[in-house]
Ligand binder design. Sequence first.
Ligand code: GLU
Length: 476
Amino acid sequence: MDKKVRVRIAPSPTGAIHVGLARSALYNYLFACSHGGTFVLRIEDTDVQRSTEESAQAIIKGLGWLGITFDEGPYYQSQRLDIYRKHADQLLQSGHAYRCYCTPERLEAERKKADAQRRAWRYDRRCLNLPEEERKKFEAEGIKPAIRFLVPEGSTSFTDLIHGSITREHKDIDDFVIVRSNGIPTYNFAVVADDHLMEISHVLRAVEHISNTTKQILLYNAFGWEIPAFAHLPLILGEDRKKLSKRHGAMSLAEFRRMGYLPDAMVNFLALLGWSPGGDREIISRQELVKLFSLERINTSNAIFDMQKLAWMNGEYLRTMDLPKLLEVFQEWLRFQEIELPAQYSSKDFLSKVLPLIAERSRTLAEVYDALLPYVCDDLTYDEEGLNKHFRKDPAAVKRWLLLYRERLEKLHEFNKETAEGVLRELVEELGIKAGEIIHPVRIAVTGRTVGPPLFDCLELLGRERVLERLKNLPV
Ligand code: GLU
């Protein structure tokens, strides 16, 4: 690549940071990292009504959580209005733009008329060559003009790095507004001024913007500016093949964080949402992503957001995490969720024993927390199906076995997983029953669950006192 790589994301801060924006940010970040380039954050907050600083902060925080850092910015468009005004004047002077005094009411009436006649509406250039007197009249009436771009005849072609050659006839493009009558620039105008002034070399953004690109190129040409390379990233669809939206459940980064997804797993998953390194590799570390990422391997076809795959991937990251890291991410998640464990169970010592056993069977940190509950809280909820299956068929016999087991545990000199297993095996022999007939009900009685770490590990984790207590207060 001969040109210095400078990329950006330019989110409008009008809500939570969603997965589409996170994916765009990640691709820009990976592209910048792999080319020693610069990643810029620009907040496109010219829509004063809908933009909030809170949302801008949520975007910055969400990207930070994913470990996606930017090198420049955030720049705020709302602080750059003078720049856009100056550049609009330049286009007015060069004849590439003109003032338009048409009121919204007039334009709306025209649009309705066209609709009724079933023809496409285009601005009729009524103000293009407005006689000086009329202009003065409007000014005297206090009408503030918008500024429209004068779309030339012909067509524009460009080569999208993902979608290939794209051509659009200008006759399909209106003389679009570049500065509204209130002095605020439109997206297409501000984005061009900024991408030029910020020396953006590659614009990698969602495919929804592909139709804006022609208008933007027309503006670059009018200014005589160099045009950046464009690459439009594939759409992200839900499993129902409809465009991903709130209907599909958790789509903001904060929600994924609450659900206990790990930043590394999210990054890995988002990277594969429209890109692949070739072959069928799925687990790819951040460092490898930087090495492997290339625009050539971005798909043209839509990506499907597969929640099951994300959960599986997160589980893989949890399973292979070393203990200090596991402790760190879990405690960080508890803080984020504002959950406080009872003091006696929040020590590193206790968590170091229990977390590896339950993380192995969990896909998210929320699942880890759920599996931890029987060990940190005495108010058990019992699995109804488990009770039906393992208790209710012959409650009297089960109760008798469990109380016998309890007696033996009480008498043990030393209580640990080996001794607890030893006396259970003896009892099974003596009673002439199958081990499962007592193991399953014991598990439910002491944890409320039918699944979990090996039973005797559970007993040791709980400690004799709590095991005896729970075997006394049986659920049935
Ligand atoms: N503000 C635009 C958006 O959020 C930016 C699009 C672009 O990257 O050009 O969709």
